[in-house]
Design a binder for this molecule. Structure first.
Ligand code: APR
Ligand code: PHB
Length: 403
């Protein structure tokens, strides 16, 4: 195989890698993507489906949001439920009209892949990166495998957008970063079902039997989740039991959950994880490669796209103005939003999951938070602005200066 020469070598064709490639192309910067898995595998991977306003705006600016606009569902509020009491948190009043869009992550991946290939972009599937070398020089190299051969990418920069189990993080020099991690003592059992959503907006519910979430994908497909034990197995959950549990946990007087055929079900552990250094020499990490948030609040994809924004800003500054100033600040800039998202995802997770006995101190604190959302405009606004995603400008300044 002939060596490939490009400006930015991108590892991973998930939301981070694909968005990066498109955005760099817009800025006149050349890139090549290699992806470990097959196209069919990547496009079939069912994941969350909540797009922040920022993410939809970015996709629109890049000319990639035609189908999101057509098939996505704009939501201007969310239902929150506690012990069967349901309230609606309206976004518009608190966020100046900013809202979220429900659209499956794998649909985003399909749209971005189609557009990248249609535009003549290089993307090799079934091409795992094996080694990243010479990151301390101006000509780093990615070695990969493809169709039984070893390939080489010579580039100016390596963008490791290769997810939590990727090669990028493992390539950072030992001791060059600090790791933060929290594994929750529960998991999510998620289903996709062929049934019209029973609610036009999402419902996050605390119940003494555990958390439940009602989401959707279309007018005929619903996406729902329940909290289960970490060592639980999918075999313990026949379809009837799942529907029964969802119905109890999401239940509120005068509302009924419609059930239907389940077309996909799986159990996912819940974890918070991040590293505090996203760069080593010419190697930059973005997305799940550098951080994981528990899915409560749907921040994962949006955080990946936000990292990419900062990386694009840095690379543009380098290629257009010869300056590494913005690139050198990439870790610092990206970490501000990463920590914010970590905090919000942890907040949503601990507020709505059953963590301790009903009636315990922990439960009472959860209840106090829920009551406070109903009382306080300021608290409701805090949750709404985090949920729809803070604008990029929000991280540029500090409102209360150090005295
Ligand atoms: N070589 C090439 N590709 C690789 C390698 C490797 N050595 N290791 C991993 N990959 C690929 C994976 O197969 C995957 O397709 O990198 C891609 C990473 O994509 P994602 O896991 O989707 O990560 P990211 O693009 O950061 O998107 C973050 O994805 O995990 C969800 O919920 C998370 O929504 C968030 C989003
Ligand atoms: C989803 O639709 O899959 C979804 C929505 C919101 C979340 C998590 C997942 O917080």
């Amino acid at each position: 195989m002939r060596p490939i020469r490009t400006q930015v070598g991108i590892i991973g064709a998930g939301p981070a890698g694909l968005t990066l490639a498109h955005w760099l192309r817009r800025r006149g910067i050349d890139s090549v993507i290699i992806e470990h898995r097959s196209r069919a595998y990547v496009e079939a991977r069912v994941r969350a489906g909540l797009l922040e306003q920022n993410t939809v705006d970015i996709l629109s600016d890049l000319g990639l949001a035609d189908r999101v606009q057509r098939e996505g569902h704009a939501h201007h509020g969310v239902y929150l439920s506690f012990d069967g009491e349901r309230i609606r948190l309206p976004f518009d009043d608190y966020t100046g009209g900013r809202h979220i869009t429900i659209y499956g992550q794998q649909e985003v991946v399909k749209d971005l892949t189609d557009a990248w290939l249609a535009g003549g972009g290089t993307l090799l599937f079934e091409a795992p990166a094996l080694r990243i070398e010479a990151i301390d020089t101006s000509n780093p190299t990615i070695y990969f495998e493809h169709a039984g051969e070893t390939g080489v990418i010579h580039c100016d920069f390596v963008a490791a957008c290769d997810g939590f189990h990727g090669l990028g993080r493992r390539t950072l020099p030992k001791g060059s970063y600090r790791e933060y991690s929290n594994t929750y003592p529960f998991s999510w059992l998620g289903i996709l079902a062929q049934v019209a959503p029973s609610s036009e907006e999402l419902i996050y519910a605390y119940h003494e039997r555990g958390f439940a979430l009602h989401s959707l994908r279309s007018s005929t497909v619903s996406r729902l989740y329940i909290q289960v034990e970490n060592d639980d197995r999918i075999e313990n959950w026949p379809d009837d039991r799942i529907w029964e549990e969802l119905s109890v946990r999401l239940g509120t007087p005068g509302w009924e959950l419609q059930s239907g055929p389940i077309i996909e079900k799986s159990i996912t552990p819940m974890r918070s994880y991040l590293i505090d250094t996203l760069q080593a020499g010419r190697l930059f990490l973005a997305g799940d490669a550098a951080h994981i948030v528990p899915p409560t609040g749907g921040k994962g994809l949006n955080l990946a796209v936000a990292d990419v924004k900062h990386l694009v800003d840095g690379l543009t500054d380098y290629y257009h103005h010869g300056s590494t100033k913005a690139l050198d600040r990439y870790t610092e800039t990206a970490l501000r939003r990463i920590w914010r998202a970590q905090d919000f995802s942890n907040f949503m997770t601990t507020l709505f999951h059953k963590q301790a006995e009903h009636g315990s101190f922990t439960y009472r604190l959860q209840r106090a938070k829920f009551d406070y959302i109903r009382q306080s405009e300021a608290y409701a606004a805090t949750i709404a602005e985090n949920y729809v995603g803070l604008p990029f400008g929000a991280f540029a300044s500090t409102r209360l200066p150090t005295l």
